[in-house]
Design a protein around this ligand. Structure first.
Ligand code: TYM
Length: 319
């Protein structure tokens, strides 16, 4: 089974990225032939500072490796190191109906927030389809916000197959119900654009400040506290054992424990959960060439996987 996913180097990795995509991606390394990449071509639609893009890509590579990508098992690479993906995106775009892209939430949301409506932003899902189809992917672990992009990918693959014969496999998304939409500090979906994120590698002081700053209602210490839509419980569920989660839920229901104490437990839960990843990150920092080696080798292996698919596509369309 070929597993594939990508992540944009547009900022600091947060808990939504981790639980929605990275943790499933790390688990799936055991189950098949995994390809994970840094979507730097996609990031060009929003990042216009070359030094920042380069630095973000590198930092993301370090962080993803620290979170458990094992380069001896998985192919880990930069999207732009396989230039034929843009050629495939062009070929796909020739069969992609405008209406399909016009319906995409990503483009509508970004332009509604004031971003200029560039062709790259509009065609973003076509490049994403190329990312997936060029590696003959079967399974794509992502958060719920990418569901529509996976549907577009399948629609485009079907169009190509109808036009040129069986060229592509139809990939499936892997969206885990319990982490499909990780909530942010305000209870809305955790997202950079909502300024409600918790970074995976937040400093201890910054993490404490963010958690203690979570807005709560004015229920007195003695009284039971609402569990529905509780941001504290929603986040604690991600990092705590089942028993610890039940205990905190019980403390909400029984009353007698104040929000300050509950937040301190949440802080410790998050801080401890990411201790192994922090340690691994320090190790990687102490060997700066490690990341370059991994990405260089990943590029070679990714190109080797993409080349036969591109030959098949070129032959099928008459190039
Ligand atoms: P990106 O970089 O926005 O996000 C990376 C992954 O994190 C997931 N995610 C979340 N999951 C649950 N809850 C949240 N609050 C949350 N926030 C983010 C996203 O769903 C995503 O899986 N278009 C992709 C990158 C991409 C790609 C691909 C993915 C490019 N080509 C091919 C898969 C296959 C993106 O922008 O992800």
């Amino acid at each position: 089974m070929r597993i594939l996913s990508g992540i944009q180097p547009t900022g600091t990795l947060h808990l939504g990225n981790y639980f929605g995509m990275m943790r499933p991606a790390v688990e799936l390394q055991e189950r098949g032939d995994a390809f994970y990449f840094i979507a730097d071509l996609h990031a060009l639609t929003t990042v216009r500072d070359p030094a920042a893009l380069r630095a973000n890509s590198r930092e993301l590579a370090i962080d993803f490796l620290a979170c458990g990508i094992d380069p001896s098992r998985s192919v880990f690479f930069r999207q732009s190191d396989v230039p034929s993906v843009t050629e495939l995106a062009w070929i796909l775009s020739t069969v992609t109906p405008m209406g399909l892209l016009e319906r995409c939430h990503g483009f509508k949301d970004k332009t509604a927030r004031g971003m200029a409506a560039s062709h790259g932003l509009f065609a973003y899902p076509v490049l994403m389809a190329a990312d997936i189809l060029i590696y003959d992917s079967d399974l794509v672990p992502v958060g719920r916000d990418q569901k529509q992009h996976l549907e577009v990918t399948r629609d485009i693959a079907v169009k190509i197959n109808e036009t040129y014969g069986e060229v592509f496999k139809l990939p499936k998304p892997d969206i885990r119900d319990d982490t499909a939409i990780v909530p942010g500090l305000d209870g809305a979906k955790m997202s950079k654009s909502y300024h409600n994120t918790i970074a995976i590698f937040e400093s201890e002081a910054a993490l404490k400040k963010k958690i203690m700053g979570i807005k709560t209602d004015s229920t007195p210490v003695e009284a039971p506290k609402p569990v529905e839509d509780s941001v504290i419980l929603g986040l604690y569920r991600l990092v705590a054992s089942e028993a610890d989660f039940r205990a905190m839920e019980g403390d909400h229901l029984a009353g007698g424990v104040g929000y300050g104490d509950l937040k301190k437990r949440l802080f410790s839960g998050i801080w401890e959960y990411f201790a192994p990843q922090r340690a691994r990150r320090e190790e990687i920092f102490s060997d700066p060439e490690f990341v370059d080696r991994v990405l260089a080798e990943g590029a070679v292996r990714a190109r080797a996987a993409a080349d036969p698919v591109m030959s098949r596509v070129r032959a099928a369309v008459g190039l």
